[in-house]
Design a protein around this ligand. Structure first.
Ligand code: UDP
Ligand code: MG
Length: 320
């Protein structure tokens, strides 16, 4: 029986500066949604403390003691945004019918949640929050972030353009998600892979309410590389292509120079040797690439991802 229990999962790493404001804003939103009977009274806000070294966890414990609308889990160590999110999603899924994940810093417009719930009620299992524009980002962040999405898509990774981790997922999707056991998790790539009926909600993304970004360039690059390497073996394909072209082209030159040498004994000795060297190193690159293709296959086998998910099965219609 659907009760429309909503859990909002919020990863927090050293967020003492924003937390009180986040609590205030969340409380207002939840009360509003409960009052409108959009969500059940059992709905909650679940903070995930990602091994903070400041007062974040104390603050979470305090608010959960004072107000049963709030709850939390605390990780033993800083495991990064993606892992903190997974911990929250997997914990919340046992209690909730739908889960919304959102950052602690109130950059994402929480009013988009209303529309997410509406779409969920209309049958969507995943609703992706997509930012309207990046006007408020610095030039650098905008260019790096947008090229990130474009490169990912070029490499064949199925992601939603300009969607970060602000999304609604249904219990059903989260249950399927538990079958993705990989450790290097890039959630933005996994959810489109899970499939089901989904939709997009656009929203305006503002500035961080207070404090500093917990995502310095180093972490951004790491996330981008995680995303590419978890879903695509295109880097290996690039090696194969380089090796192939190098071998082919140098082979043609090698043949030409050897023939010229045979015709005129004295000329083009160095040229033949150089093209031979390039030819041989091309062969090595090609062979490494071919081995890489197999390693890539092994890599994907080790992930043991589900091969398919059945959305509907007419055998279940009581006729069997
Ligand atoms: N975060 C986390 N663990 C980390 C880094 C960040 O749980 O190691 C959380 C952080 O508290 C915030 C969210 O991830 O709720 C997004 O981080 P942030 O707002 O700093 O990233 P940005 O918006 O600058 O990309
Ligand atoms: Mg932020």
């Amino acid at each position: 029986m659907m009760k429309n229990i909503l859990y909002i999962v919020i990863p927090c790493y050293n967020e003492e500066e924003v937390l009180n404001e986040t609590i205030k804003v969340m409380k207002k939103k939840m009360h509003e949604l409960i009052k409108k009977k959009e969500i059940s009274k059992e709905s909650k806000v679940m903070f995930v403390n990602d091994g903070s070294s400041d007062k974040t966890w104390q603050m979470i414990k305090e608010i959960s003691r004072k107000n049963s609308l709030f709850t939390g889990i605390s990780l033993s160590h800083n495991r990064g945004h993606q892992n903190a999110l997974v911990a929250g999603l997997l914990t919340a899924k046992d209690y909730a019918d739908m889960v919304v994940s959102i950052d602690a810093d109130l950059q994402d417009d929480i009013n988009a949640i209303d529309l997410m719930i509406e779409k969920y009620k209309n049958g969507c299992e995943i609703v992706y929050g997509v930012r309207n524009s990046r006007k408020k980002d610095s030039f650098f962040k905008r260019v790096t972030a947008e090229s990130f999405y474009k490169i990912m898509m070029k490499m064949g990774v199925d992601i939603v353009y300009n969607h970060a981790d602000y999304r609604l997922t249904s219990k059903r999707v989260l249950e399927e998600f538990t079958n993705y056991q990989e450790v290097n998790l890039f959630l933005r790539g996994i959810f489109p892979l899970i499939g089901f009926k989904s939709d997009i909600v656009y929203y305006e993304r503002g500035k961080r309410f207070a404090g500093e970004s917990k995502y310095p360039l180093k972490k951004m690059v790491a996330l981008a590389w995680d995303g590419i390497s978890s879903f695509s073996t295109s880097p290996i394909k690039i090696i194969v292509y380089i090796g192939l072209w190098q071998t082919l082209i140098s082979f043609i030159f090698l043949v030409i120079f050897v023939i010229l040498n045979l015709v005129n004994y004295q000329t083009l000795k160095i040229e033949s040797i150089v093209s031979l060297i390039i030819f041989l190193s091309g062969l090595q690159t090609l062979f490494i690439g071919i081995i890489g293709e197999y390693v890539g296959k092994i890599y994907f086998e080790t992930k043991k991802r589900p091969r398919f998910i059945i959305e509907e099965n007419l055998m279940d219609d009581g006729r069997k």
